[in-house]
Design a protein around this ligand. Structure first.
Ligand code: PLP
Length: 474
């Protein structure tokens, strides 16, 4: 059809509005919002006809019913939360796309209490004078890490940028070529360095950097030595890096600060659970690093934040920098983080109560029991479903969030097996379900990893599969 004929077929606003007004669903929405949506829908049709190829334009879109449904759909979308709960069946514990660390029940009351009213965020209740938002968890952080001082900002990328800006602006910063990492979301060490106003001095080779490489690079222009955790990758084979203790000594000898970006913020060693050695925050502080930075929502298992801990002299210099204000954390983050950190006062409690730690350390036997339980609950829903069979399989899950990139945790998954088409459709159906269920497809099977599933969600998964069975029966 010709472009102008299509344009002429767009219904009049008033005619369509009468039809929308007659709909029962409209009562749920605000009228002026619905009118705005109608205007947008009609405008989009006009734009699509004008910009697109008239011959490929789907004329069905011009039907009154299509337009009415589209308007109601858009209203529904506007009225419902777009940021919403997802059930993580991927087995990736710190899944960056799914919000990294889940928080435990322990934050619930504290968080709502602070959220719904006023708090002593910046008031010292002892003196009645202005206080600091950074003071609330400082004592706790110092106790847990052994540092002299600490401050919390928006995230670890911000913590690194702020630290370099405050301490090394206009100076040279020495770092190993093996540590010029990209974390994702365009956080690249060389670019952050440039942004901070410091000059990058790379030393060593990708696989090997010796202490003497740092030593040779020190000049009167040097502002700091920087160590960055490789986080999301591992170099294997013929490798060497200068260790923290050596670097601290070298920095001290030259009267320079040693900055250590730890990335994940591990507070207790996971070696007893079979994980490879990783420096904990306490070890980095004890080794004498002047400043250590780490995330709040990676291995620490709390809210998104960047924690900077270290020697008083440097932390105070950092706190005074204008970027600190631009990167400041809000009361909800501080509250969730403080509630999480408190659990670390008793490491055994932290291991069972902090969901990320509990998931990472859950044993295959326990996962198996939960897998069998879920299958038992799902059986009735699949009784009349001839397209899918269900079983428990052994696969591996990952920590995610750029932590322990080479670790494969033995896990148990439930596996739906069927025709490739049915499996693909099931994946999409569950992803678009409310709440969304995210699993993975592998060798014609759809799998949900028990490591990251909460028992509270089993009922929802069963209901979703019941829905799927009904849908695929017709
Ligand atoms: C993850 C990570 C960052 C970025 O931390 P965010 O909290 O995601 O901003 C920076 N450095 C290292 C080494 C990391 O692993």
């Amino acid at each position: 059809m010709e472009q102008r004929d299509l344009l002429r077929k767009i219904p009049k606003m008033d005619d369509i509005w009468t039809k929308i007004e007659a709909k029962e669903e409209l009562k749920e929405f605000n009228e002026s919002m619905a009118k705005n949506e109608l205007r947008d829908v009609l405008q989009n049709l006009r734009t699509d006809i004008l910009q697109g190829h008239a011959d490929t334009f789907n004329e069905m879109r011009l039907l009154d019913d299509s337009i009415v449904n589209e308007v109601l759909f858009q209203c529904q979308k506007l009225a419902s939360m777009q940021l919403r709960k997802v059930i993580n069946g991927t087995g990736v514990v710190l899944h960056t796309n799914l919000g990294r660390a889940p928080l435990g029940d322990y934050v619930k009351d504290a968080l709502w209490d602070i959220a719904k009213g006023y708090s002593n965020l910046e008031m010292d209740l002892d003196t009645g004078k202005r206080g600091s938002r950074y003071s609330h968890m400082k004592e706790l952080l110092l106790k847990l890490t052994g540092a002299e001082d600490a401050i919390v900002v928006n995230n670890n990328a911000g913590a690194v940028l702020l630290t370099l800006s405050a301490i090394t602006k206009g100076k040279e910063v020495i770092i190993s070529r093996g540590e010029l990492v990209e974390i994702g979301g365009s956080f690249r060490v060389p670019e952050v360095m440039e942004q901070s106003g410091a000059t990058l001095v790379e030393v060593g080779a990708t696989n090997k950097t010796h202490l003497r490489d740092y030593e040779k690079a020190i000049t009167p222009e040097t502002g700091a030595l920087l160590k960055v955790h490789q986080s999301n990758f591992k170099i294997m084979g013929f490798t060497q890096e200068a260790n923290m203790e050596e670097l601290v000594k070298l920095a001290e000898k030259n009267d320079l600060p040693m900055i250590n970006d730890l990335g994940s913020g591990l507070f207790l060693s996971l070696q007893p659970f079979g994980f490879p050695p990783e420096p904990t925050v306490q070890e980095a502080v004890a080794a004498g690093c002047d400043v250590v930075t780490f995330s709040g929502d990676k291995l620490l298992g709390g809210a998104q934040a960047g924690i900077i801990a270290g020697k008083k002299k440097w932390i105070q210099q950092i706190a005074k920098h204008p970027l600190t204000r631009a990167l400041r954390v809000d009361k909800l983050t501080l509250c969730a983080l403080e509630a999480t950190l408190k659990l670390y006062l008793n490491p055994e409690e932290a291991l069972v109560k902090i969901p990320a730690l509990r998931m990472m350390t859950e044993k295959p036997d326990a996962l198996e029991v939960r897998a069998e339980q879920l299958i038992y609950m799902l059986k009735p829903a699949l009784l009349n479903n001839k397209t899918l069979s269900l079983s428990v399989v052994t696969e591996t899950s990952q920590v995610g969030g750029g932590a322990y990139p080479t670790v494969q945790l033995e896990s148990r998954l439930i596996r739906f097996e069927g025709e490739p088409q049915a499996v693909t459709k099931l994946e999409r159906f569950l992803r678009q379900h409310q709440p969304a269920i995210i699993g993975r497809i592998q060798d014609n099977g759809y799998m949900l990893d028990l490591r990251t599933l909460f028992e509270d969600d089993f009922e929802t998964i069963v209901k979703a599969i019941e829905g799927w069975t009904k849908l695929s029966a017709v």
